[in-house]
Design a protein around this ligand. Structure first.
Ligand code: F1P
Length: 346
């Protein structure tokens, strides 16, 4: 993460380190609509970006699974920007979606990790994530780096459109610089996360809940667990629970809730109470200093306070660690999980 941040964030300009996108940022700021495409973890990074672009730059965003895009007749209008996100830069579905969007006249931006990859070459312009090689098959640091680059893009667009105040702009850039240190702090909770993993090593199912920007993080936490430990896990927006998944909750259902002190905190506390009333066991990701939730839930993992817009960069880390520890305890090969390929090229 530190590698992907280094040198990117400048005190007063979020554009300098956006590589090949530098000359396209006016176009981004003027776009009427952004369509983001990606698969798996990259799609989750796109969902986070949807919140950030809409909040800061007030540009409408749609996020599509690249694997579904070409199986309908997507409406792409003049002036639309398509952002393709891919760690490997070789994902066949993402490449096919780019070709389709291009044929309909969209301008394509890429957010890729692998320099010179097929997707990077197929785009009109792009910024590399520079997250270094992902050793394992399941994307981890790629997610954080993708969200960082997308946040910088949103900041650059917001600055050009005048939809962000100077003080918030500077605050977010300064906070971005502090993220690596905050992630280091989360890593200090590694032993506690291991203890929790030990207790739930043989759980058969997991539910992950989050609201706002932490909803895609819930999806990503569940995906990591599925990918490397082969435990069935589902992520939901916390308020969707009562529309079905609540029927699954009993004492055998661990529920991971990302309950950081953001604008939806009160609501998420009431979701937790609903789970506890049905004897679900709750592991909560909380903001440092929260004294309320430890009295209600079964386990807490604290993360440092960050601005709500940047919270996924930190809140995803304990979920990645939890999935990793459970997978190791179950004797899984975390770097090379069964049935998964690093680049899905067919
Ligand atoms: C997309 C992806 C990864 C996942 C796995 C399979 O890849 O779904 O998110 O962890 O490796 O592929 P990419 O387009 O981001 O390379």
């Amino acid at each position: 993460i530190a590698d992907s941040m280094r040198g990117r964030v400048q005190a007063d300009d979020a554009t300098l380190q956006l590589g090949g996108l530098r000359d396209y940022l006016d176009k981004l700021a003027k776009s009427k609509r952004i369509v983001i495409i990606g698969c798996g973890t990259s799609w989750h990074a796109g969902l986070v970006a949807e919140y950030i672009f809409e909040e800061l730059a007030r540009i409408p965003v749609e996020v599509e699974y690249a694997s579904e895009f070409r199986y309908r007749n997507p409406i792409i209008k003049e002036g639309d920007i398509v952002i393709a996100i891919s760690q490997s830069g070789e994902t066949a579905d993402t490449l096919a979606a780019i070709e389709l969007a291009k044929s309909k006249g969209a301008t394509i931006f890429g957010v890729c990790n692998v320099v010179g990859s097929s997707i990077a070459r197929a785009t009109d312009a792009g910024a590399y994530t520079h997250a270094g090689p992902e050793i394992g098959v399941a994307s981890t640091k790629a997610f954080t780096a993708q969200v960082t680059v997308l946040t910088l893009m949103a900041l650059a667009a917001a600055k050009r459109k005048g939809t962000i105040s100077d003080s918030l702009f500077r605050q977010l850039l300064a906070e971005l610089e502090s993220i690596p240190a905050k992630v280091e702090k989360v890593l200090q909770a590694a032993d506690k996360i291991k203890e929790i993993a030990y207790i739930f090593t043989y759980a058969r199912n997991f539910i992950y809940l989050g609201r706002g920007l932490n909803f895609p993080v819930a999806l990503e936490g569940a995906l990591k667990l599925k990918e490397i430990s082969y435990i069935h896990a589902e992520g939901y927006p916390a308020a969707e629970m009562k529309h079905g998944p609540i029927a699954l909750i009993d004492e055998d259902m661990p529920v991971v809730v990302i309950a950081t002190k953001d604008s939806s905190y009160e609501k998420i506390v009431s979701n937790i109470q609903e789970v506890k009333a049905r004897k679900g066991r709750v592991i909560a990701i909380t903001t440092e200093g929260d004294t309320h939730l430890p009295g209600i839930v079964d386990f807490t993992i604290e993360i440092p306070k960050v601005h709500e817009v940047l919270v996924p960069l930190v809140s995803v880390v304990p979920l990645q660690l939890l999935a990793y520890d459970i997978a190791v305890m179950r004797g899984r090969n975390v770097d090379q999980p069964r049935n998964l390929a690093k680049s899905v090229t067919v």
